[in-house]
Design a protein around this ligand. Sequence first.
Ligand SMILES: Cc1cc2nc3c(=O)[nH]c(=O)nc-3n(C[C@H](O)[C@H](O)[C@H](O)COP(=O)(O)OP(=O)(O)OC[C@H]3O[C@@H](n4cnc5c(N)ncnc54)[C@H](O)[C@@H]3O)c2cc1C
Length: 410
Amino acid sequence: MARILVVGGSLGGLFAANMLHRAGHEVRVLEKVRGSMNGRGAGIVSHDALVAALGRAGLDVADSLGVAVQDRVLLAPDGQTLQRLHMPQVLTSWSRLYDLLRQAFPASAYVQGASVTHIEQHADGVEVHAQCEQGLRQWQADLLVASDGIRSTVRQQLLPEVQPQYAGYVAWRGVCEEGLLSQFTLDTLFDSFGFCVPPNEQIIGYPVAGADRHTARGQRAYNFVWYRPAYQAPELQALLTDADGVHHPLGIAPNKISWREVARMREDAQRLLAPQFAEIIQKCAFPFLQPIFDLASHTLCKGRVVLMGDAGFVARPHIGMGVAKAAVDALSLCDAIQTQGASPEALRHYESQRLPAGQEAVARARWLGSFMRSDGSPALQQERMHLAITETAIDLGRYGHQSVFIGVPA
Ligand SMILES: Cc1cc2nc3c(=O)[nH]c(=O)nc-3n(C[C@H](O)[C@H](O)[C@H](O)COP(=O)(O)OP(=O)(O)OC[C@H]3O[C@@H](n4cnc5c(N)ncnc54)[C@H](O)[C@@H]3O)c2cc1C
């Protein structure tokens, strides 16, 4: 049994923590956020690999993961249906997955309010320093798993040259309760994975569980992700500046987003989007905003420290696989430690599997992002629209893609 510290208690960290705990290791999670983490994320597209990883974490939820859709629908700006395809999929949410994983892990080993500041490595262990409410604290471990996200403190210490690259666009996200929507939107969009592709933009959406996880008709919600170009300056800067003029360059909290930017975005929705999507956006109480980045690490381990999830690779969300990728990272890491012990060799074995997987995910997500472009001939634009609806956020295994990044190691 090894002592393993996991930095970051979001979905990736919790997948690793649960699997390693079930494998008999002494695991502790250090999470900088104090208090409830719920309500942070929005909808998540599920994949067979995600369900398999949940199983390895001891959670059998195949029938209660979320809302099932049968179709994908592409809407024209006037709301007409341009294309409808039969593509069944289950849509879940960040909160549902977080609750499941959190409840399965011992509460006493999940330390909140511990913001890791730096680490020190020795030949046979790692020392982790964190700022806590009571002051600075240290923990010792045999291995450290860094699952602390795109701005990972651990990665910045080990690989300062690896930095997120802004993709040139942002995503407005949010959910709207089903009960608020018109019959027209319910009939023509709500039950489907929907798309609308105005020039150089793209909105996707799908139904998810509503308040209190209800999935019955009438009690669900519709989740949207609207990708919009924004030059770094001045547009992105304005979007990341709150109503009091404070700039939040690393990302703006939902409650800080300027009401002027929200109002502008809602006006643009009426002008540019199919009326079904415009209605959903008008009636969404709390839209929030995320700049889109690529991140590709050239190394995933150093000594006894390993990177996983968004700390190692961030693929643009068109792929709809950030959580599944983090889950498969956790699985691969757990398997490597089981076969090779809690050792640097195990971490190198994990790296040999997950480095190509991360590279492939980033490349595929960039390719999917290119379908937002609306230059070129009408035929080329048709082709891009078709690829957007048939390739975005699909479960690759089900559509016959041979891919290393969805593989669940035996
Ligand atoms: C617009 C958008 C849409 C998306 N849609 C989907 C989708 O449909 N499906 C999907 O699978 N994925 C989606 N994703 C991606 C997904 O959200 C991430 O890939 C996934 O959450 C990765 O989780 P993670 O645990 O690696 O990192 P994170 O969720 O970023 O968690 C990192 C954790 O580390 C903590 N932390 C950070 N620094 C420290 C520190 N110094 N000390 C202690 N703790 C620390 C943070 O508080 C946080 O809890 C989307 C992303 C975006 C931006």
